[in-house]
Write a protein that binds this ligand. Structure first.
Ligand code: NAD
Length: 478
């Protein structure tokens, strides 16, 4: 892989080379080796992409739902035709196990297919005479040109979550992937250039400066970001100037509420995945265990051996690994910094706790006990393979601990008591609540947060609605 492989942007279906002076290295996190250098698109390139999306808008908005469905399915087919290539590219750029990256390509394709079909079944209020002599009806019109900014944890899947609903609703797009993991999205743009009309989907590579140029551009009608709270706040400030619509999928700090009647074997098996999938770099990761005092020993007896059994290694190792590295040296140091400060403050490192591996950015799967509700590691998003365990005495205390953080993306409750689980599902301030499960996502169901985890939904028909403007049309009929 060389610098010439990747463009700075794909605009109106054509690759655009950027300046050789401003590049960002794409690194294989399992080795620390640079695998490509991708130019950073500057403000003039962002402008060209926005103009391209503006010129494509009217014709794209005029396509019928079935035409958009057909094209979204063609995009999905193209991903599947290149599943191995895209999966390998993703595995190399993120460090996740090769088989997982391969499956993610299939997931992204399936999500595009869902949104294609969903474009054809948007629902609305009945047209009716709400005022005598006048017929009212609702239109759901596309918003216009959408600026979309994606993170590094699931690069291709996050692109599909953004592209699918926006195109299904009749919008055109300028999408910016993370500077750490731009390769699969740039390749997606290249592979699909002959499917969509020129300008409908434009991709610009770059860092926060490119994202800022995009969110502040006056030709962008709506800005959508999946990323950290800080980035969401930057985007909100940029959007305020022209009162742009925003759609924010930000961080999480998911509580896992464990009661003594939980199925501990199932819980431990679930957490091996839910806490450590993608090396814990998942906004819904089960990272904050809350356990009733008298269930603490049962939980640990099941959990510690399960976590100890996780296999950590690079994406292309002969045996399939459960977990790869974290994304960068900075992220490794950030994660181990949280662990070290927790340890210095008196927390117990039950298992793991250190960086590991001869090369690359690996962190051991880690369980931390004896932490208080105010501890930094309990309140901040670590975004690594780390779980904390806290004790509670009763349901009310558990609820206030669960809700007592700034985030509100997802939570789970583990009990056989149906009344308790439904009571808690009602009171938990999180956009997704699992009962005796954690992490499972369905394309048909919405994903999005409460509180500082942001607002707006990815996946489901709610996502398409977010990419539309509701318009009331009233006609005199008397
Ligand atoms: P990040 O905020 O550092 O970067 C996200 C994207 O924003 C990148 O493309 C980046 O280049 C861009 N960006 C950075 N500064 C910007 C600015 N000033 N203006 C516009 N764009 C800017 O996030 P990350 O480190 O890539 O991803 C991890 C974060 O994403 C975590 O907080 C995680 O919880 C969150 N996340 C949330 C969800 C969700 O659905 N809620 C899903 C995945 C990740």
């Amino acid at each position: 892989m060389t610098t010439t492989t990747f463009a700075a942007a794909h605009i109106a279906g054509e690759a655009r080379a950027g300046s050789a002076e401003r590049v960002h290295a794409a690194v294989d996190p399992s080795t620390g080796q640079t695998i490509a250098e991708v130019p950073i698109a500057d403000a003039s390139m962002v402008h060209a992409a926005v103009v391209s999306a503006q010129s494509a808008f009217d014709n794209w908005a005029d396509t019928t739902p079935v035409e958009r469905d057909t094209m979204l399915n063609a995009l999905a087919d193209r991903l599947i035709d290149h599943q191995q290539e895209l999966g390998d590219l993703e595995a190399r750029n993120t460090g996740k196990p090769r088989g997982v990256a391969f499956d993610e390509v299939a997931g992204a394709a399936e999500q595009l297919r869902f949104f294609g079909g969903a474009a054809r079944v948007l629902e609305g209020k009945a047209a009716r005479e709400y005022v005598a002599g006048r017929t009212s009806f609702i239109r759901r019109d596309p918003v216009g040109v959408i600026g979309q900014i994606t993170p590094w944890n699931y690069p291709l899947v996050m692109a599909a979550w953004k592209i699918g609903p926006a195109l299904a609703a009749g919008n055109t797009i300028v999408l910016k992937p993370s500077e750490l993991t731009p390769l699969s999205t740039l390749r997606l743009a290249e592979l699909t250039a002959d499917i969509l009309p020129p300008g409908v989907l434009n991709v610009v590579a770059g860092d926060g400066s490119t994202g800022a140029a995009l969110s502040g551009h006056p030709g962008i009608d709506m800005v959508c970001v999946t990323g950290s709270v800080g980035t969401g706040q930057h985007v909100l400030r940029a959007a305020a100037e022209r009162v742009k619509r925003t759609h924010l999928e930000l961080g999480g700090k998911a509580p896992v509420m464990v009661f003594p009647d939980a199925d501990f074997a199932r819980l431990a098996e679930t957490l091996k995945v839910a806490s450590f999938w993608n090396s814990g770099q998942d906004c819904t990761a089960a990272c904050r265990l809350l356990v009733q005092d008298n269930a603490y020993d049962d939980l640990m007896a099941a959990l510690v051996p399960a976590v100890a059994s996780l296999r950590v290694g690079g994406p292309f190792e002969a045996d399939a690994m459960d977990m790869g590295p974290v994304i960068s040296a900075a992220q490794r140091d950030r994660v181990t910094g949280f662990i070290d400060r927790a340890s210095s403050a008196g927390a117990d490192i039950v298992i793991g706790g250190s960086a590991t591996g001869p090369a690359g950015y690996f962190v051991e799967p880690t369980i931390i006990g004896n932490v208080g509700a105010d501890a930094e590691i309990v309140r901040s998003e670590v975004f690594g393979p780390v779980i904390t365990v806290q004790r509670f005495s009763d349901e009310q205390e558990a609820l206030s601990m669960a809700n007592g953080v700034d985030y509100g993306l997802s939570a789970s409750v583990w009990t056989e008591n149906l009344g308790r689980s439904l009571r808690l599902a009602r009171k938990l301030q999180f956009g997704a609540v699992w009962l005796n499960d954690h992490l499972t996502v369905a394309d048909e169901m919405p994903h999005g947060g409460y509180k500082m985890s942001g607002y707006g939904k990815d996946l489901s028909t709610y996502a398409i609605e977010d990419y539309t403007v509701v318009k009331h049309v009233m006609a005199r009929i008397d």
